[in-house]
Design a binder for this molecule. Structure first.
Ligand code: LLP
Length: 426
């Protein structure tokens, strides 16, 4: 959990905001993020890598809330993006496009043109066809595109198969031999400026070995390129640093930083990381209220707590069998804890937030789903024509509302029982 999550006067607080009062004020479901937690996470990573020239590029895909992007920018971080939409959000939040790295296997012509126009730091290229497209678009717009090639270092990140990306069978990056040929092609093209090399082997990695193996494999290429006369400015090791959801031993950042420094040796490249989850996951909770308690009808059936958040708000349990801790915001200590499945209103058996949790619940309980700051709201949908959660940023005793609940939700409330008008949801 976040160190900023604590129990005060019998309620759960985030920083100095009472989450019960907040749930009453803004309604549920609501994502709530701690500004102090995010600040600490960025500072800790900068400190761990203080021994080398280092640049942190926050992976926008983990949480693209504008208040979070603004904070990252104020703290001196750059950004790792994967779409034109994410680039627009960085700019809307006041971020500097020249600190943006553009990753992803499918950059469209429109996205490349947009990125060239605003002047990003680097395109992380994932295929030969993309290299040609970027060179072509740069020529048309009369610009030089800064590029890096995403190498597939063929290491197994030992994480969930859906979020493992560094193996031959994954769609990401190119094989080392192919990368060398592509660098050669790029070096001969005046529309392209080679600035770096990158990789990203997966997400929620808790074992340091695969990360260091990937780095060592990349350095072989860096040295080979240098012998071909191609000098790189940076080495981008991607994101992927694992965090504690349950009882994992998270990656030790100090050790990671020290090992990278040692393996880098006397080479002069800047090290770039693209962390998402490790910056925001534990900064956030998802607040949800109980709609119904549906107690087991038979001894071997579960007790269900049906809550107002569902898989459309937080899909991680359904999609990756992810485990998120569930805390009661207003615990009633007189209740005997029992085993509960916490499920949403969506019409699928896969719609669950948590299973078999020992909790003392009553109809008035408000729950906080922990570690929900990363890949929560950004993966939300309107499945079942449900509305979306709002998002709140807590800063000391203040709570600001950087994203309001979309209109459809308000309408349902305001129109009462007469009929329901479904507006387009932005
Ligand atoms: N860089 C690249 C190129 C990536 O593909 C990713 C994540 C990151 C950086 C950031 O990785 P992080 O530091 O957050 O691990 N939806 C999944 C996670 C998908 C991650 C995709 N790529 C989940 O909820 O676990």
């Amino acid at each position: 959990h976040s160190p900023y999550l604590s129990e005060v006067d019998g309620h759960l607080w985030l920083e100095r905001v009472d989450l019960l009062g907040l749930a009453d004020a803004v309604g549920t479901p609501a994502y709530v993020y701690s500004k102090a937690h995010i600040t600490d996470a960025i500072e800790a990573l900068n400190e761990a890598f203080a021994g080398v020239a280092f640049n942190l590029h926050y992976a926008v895909k983990a949480n693209s809330n504008l208040a979070i992007l603004k904070l990252c920018s104020e703290l001196g971080a750059g950004f790792d993006i994967v779409s034109g939409g994410e680039l627009s959000r960085v700019i809307a939040a006041g971020g500097d496009p020249s600190t943006v790295i553009f990753s992803g296997v499918g950059k469209s012509i429109e996205e490349i043109d947009f990125a060239l126009k605003v002047g990003i730091e680097c395109f992380n290229i994932e295929s030969e066809a993309e290299l040609h497209r970027i060179a072509e678009r740069a020529e048309i717009s009369g610009q030089v595109a800064p590029i890096s090639i995403r190498v597939n270092p063929n290491v197994d990140a030992q994480t969930h198969p859906y979020i493992s990306t560094g193996l031959k069978q994954n769609k990401f990056g190119v094989q080392p031999e192919q990368a060398l040929a592509m660098y050669q092609t790029a070096a001969e093209n005046p529309q392209l400026k080679i600035v770096g090399i990158d990789c990203h082997i997966g997400s929620q990695i808790t074992d340091i070995e695969p990360l260091l193996d990937a780095f060592t494999n990349m350095l072989r290429l860096v040295d080979e390129l240098a012998s071909m006369g191609i000098e790189l400015e940076h080495i981008d090791l991607g994101g992927g640093m694992g965090i504690v959801y349950q009882d994992e031993s998270p990656l030790d950042l100090e050790t990671y930083g020290a090992s990278v420094r040692q393996i880098l040796g006397g080479r002069g490249q800047t090290i770039i990381l693209e962390p998402g989850r490790s910056i925001v996951a534990n900064a956030g909770v998802l607040l949800t209220r109980i709609e119904y308690l549906k107690e087991a009808s038979e001894p071997d059936a579960p007790n269900f707590a049906v809550v107002d958040a569902a898989m459309n708000d937080l899909i991680r349990p359904a999609l990756y069998q992810a485990w998120h801790d569930v805390l009661v915001v207003n615990p009633n200590r007189t209740l005997q804890p029992r085993q509960w499945d916490i499920v949403g209103p969506v019409c699928e058996s896969g719609d669950f937030i948590a299973k078999d949790r020992s909790l003392g619940l009553e109809a008035a309980s408000v729950l906080a789903v922990a570690s929900a700051g990363a890949y929560g709201m950004v993966q939300a949908s309107n499945y079942n024509s449900r509305g979306r959660a709002c998002e709140i940023m807590v800063d000391g005793e203040r709570a600001v509302n950087p994203r309001r609940r979309p209109l459809v939700f308000h309408k349902m409330h305001s129109l009462g029982n007469d009929f329901m008008v479904i507006d387009a949801v932005s």
